[in-house]
Every structure is written in structure tokens, then in C-alpha cells.
Design a protein around this ligand. Structure first.
Ligand code: G3H
Ligand code: 13P
Ligand code: ZN
Length: 316
């Protein structure tokens, strides 16, 4: 069942965070749905601009519609990840997405508000909710590259004005995370003092944490042992998710970790089975491993086991 993130956030706020997982293909979709249904968790499917153009945007829509039938117990939102205005309008008008993210965080404060407001007006007219971003994460995003050293944490003093003037429904905040597999060069971590101040400015308002893959060291070691060169990869400590949830984080974005599972499974499989050229045996292993990863991650997020409760709320 596709629902808006607004409904999911209402059920989760202050208690747990919903996993927002990016997908690009069939195997990810299958693993994602299975892992969430197995762990009885609501979830958010994220589709980036790159994912929409990887094959054809309609292919992903078709996959998700089919998965909704194959997994009738699943409760999820379909979300555009890091959209620009053009992508947002395309998704709003598609009639398929339940939420969009407008990412104008690289613009000035006023320009960010102006762009976000336009998208909010178009989205709300169709019952679609909008995530916006204030502050800048480190790491590489699709359309903007920000050096970690120049990453700008969200200024809590700007947060309320931004939300009031833009009309956004949730806010992605920069509190020390970054996209990709190389998040921290030293021993940096999440800036809970910034998050605490943001929540004081925006009590009860859903916050979003991007760049939240934990880049498991065992996964990295296995990839490197099977021919990868990911030395120094490092992520967020997912034991900190519960604390972030209490401070108002209701959506936690995870993409890189899924890519690491994919890379580990495929590298090991073809190393160990050099005679193989059938894509299905390894695809089956990946789907099972990704489902297991999702189910375990939902335990860290606190969303595991909440599905029946969420069902009562969204259908009430
Ligand atoms: O934040 C970016 C997401 O990980 C999506 O990545 O734009 O390469 O699909 P992508
Ligand atoms: P990771 O690169 O940490 O998985 O972050 C993904 C993300 O923020 C998608 O918007
Ligand atoms: Zn992101």
C-alpha cells in the first residue's frame, strides 16, 4: 500500500525512524520489499534522478506497482530523492509519487526558500508532500559536489524561518553525515548538539538524515578481499539512529550500504565461481542478502515490528 510520508512520520515521530532506501533495479526492489515485510516495517522507496534515467522512469514505476501486488502487506511511500524543480514537477504530475524532495540546498537561503515554495505549492495542490534541505552535506551528490571540508551544517537559527516560509513538510538537515562510502576522514560523528537545537526550533516537525549508510567494515573487508579497492571507507554508527529518532529524525536515508551488499555478493560469487555466466544464481543470493540487510537495519532504526500499528493508523 502506497501512503504519504506524512502518515508514516506521524506514527514514528520521537519513537523511531523510517528507513528510506534507494533502488535502481528489480533485484533491489525484491530484496527491499522482502526485508521490510519480513521485519514488519514501513519504509520509503527512494528514486533518484539517476535511478529514473538508468533504464526508463516507467520501468521503476512498473516494478514498484508489481511489488505492491506481490507483497500485499507492505506499507511504503514512493519518494523522489534529491530532485531539482524539473524532476519534482515531473514526479508530481506522474500521479505515482507520494512525496518529492526538492534539493535547493546549494542555493542561497532566500533562493532555496523561493524554489522550495514553488514546488510545495505544486505538490500540495495534488496531495503530495515535500522534503526540503537546509545546510549542505559533504560528499558527492548528483548535481552538486561539496567538499567535506566545506560542508555546512544546518544553522538551527534559520530552521524555523525556512520551514514557515517554504511550507515544506519535512526538513533534511546537515549534522555531520555525508553521501557515499567515505564519510569521515578522522573520528567525526553526528552533531547531536546541532540536532537538539534544531528540534527546539521545530518541535514535532519531521527531520531527515541523509548520508546515513554505516559502511560496515566487514562488508568493506570482504569486498577488498575479493578484488575491491575500498580502503578507508567509513560510515555512520547506526547505534546512534535511536538517539537521532528521539530528537525528531523520522527518515534516515540509506543507499551506499545496499550498493556494498551488491558489490560484495557479486565480487565473491564470480571469484568463487569463475565458470559461471548465468545472472540468476548470483541475483538470488543478492536478493536474499539485501533482504537480510534491510531487516537488520530496520531493527537499528526502531521501525521493525511497527507495521501492524502503522496499518491501523494509516487506514483509520
Ligand atoms: O544521495 C544520493 C543517492 O545515494 C542517490 O545516488 O544519484 O547515484 O542514484 P544516485
Ligand atoms: P548514503 O550514501 O550514506 O547511503 O546516503 C544516501 C542518501 O542520502 C540518499 O539521499
Ligand atoms: Zn541524500
Amino acid at each position: 500500500m502506497i501512503v504519504t510520508t506524512k502518515k508514516l512520520f506521524k506514527a514514528a515521530y520521537g519513537k523511531y525512524a523510517i528507513g528510506a532506501y534507494n533502488i535502481n533495479n528489480l533485484e533491489q526492489a525484491m530484496g527491499l520489499f522482502k526485508g521490510n515485510v519480513d521485519s514488519k516495517a514501513p519504509f520509503i522507496i527512494q528514486i533518484s534522478k539517476g535511478a529514473r534515467s538508468y533504464t526508463h522512469k516507467k520501468m521503476l514505476e512498473g516494478l514498484i506497482k508489481s511489488a505492491d501486488e506481490v507483497f500485499p502487506d507492505a506499507i511504503f511511500a514512493v519518494h523522489l530523492d534529491h530532485g531539482d524543480e524539473e524532476a519534482c514537477y515531473d514526479c508530481i504530475n506522474s500521479g505515482f509519487y507520494s512525496s518529492v524532495m526538492i534539493d535547493a540546498s546549494h542555493e542561497s537561503f532566500d533562493k532555496n526558500i523561493e524554489i522550495t515554495r514553488r514546488v510545495v505549492d505544486a505538490a500540495h495542490a495534488k496531495g503530495i508532500v515535500v522534503e526540503a534541505e537546509l545546510g549542505q552535506l559533504g560528499g558527492v551528490e548528483e548535481h552538486v559536489s561539496v567538499d567535506e571540508a566545506n560542508a555546512k551544517l544546518t544553522d538551527p537559527r534559520q530552521a524555523r524561518e525556512f520551514v514557515e516560509r517554504s511550507g515544506c513538510d519535512s526538513l533534511a538537515v546537515a549534522i555531520g553525515t555525508s553521501h557515499g562510502a567515505f564519510k569521515f576522514s578522522g573520528s567525526q560523528g553526528l552533531h547531536f548538539e546541532v540536532l537538539t537545537d534544531i528540534q527546539k526550533e521545530l518541535p514535532g516537525f519531521p527531520l531527515v538524515m541523509h548520508g546515513s549508510s554505516s559502511v560496515p567494515q566487514e562488508e568493506v573487508a570482504r569486498i577488498n578481499a575479493a578484488g575491491g579497492t575500498l580502503a578507508g571507507a567509513k560510515g555512520v554508527d547506526d547505534n546512534q539512529f535511536a538517539k537521532a529518532a528521539v530528537l525528531g529524525v523520522t527518515k534516515i536515508n540509506i543507499d551506499t550500504d545496499g550498493r556494498l551488499v551488491w558489490t560484495r555478493v557479486h565480487r565473491e560469487y564470480f571469484r568463487d565461481n569463475p565458470e559461471q555466466f548465468d545472472l540468476r544464481p548470483v541475483g538470488k543470493i543478492f536478493m536474499a542478502e539485501y533482504a537480510k540487510f534491510i531487516a537488520d537495519k530496520n531493527v537499528k532504526l526502531g521501525s521493525a515490528g511497527t507495521l501492524d500499528d502503522v496499518r491501523k493508523n494509516v487506514t483509520a
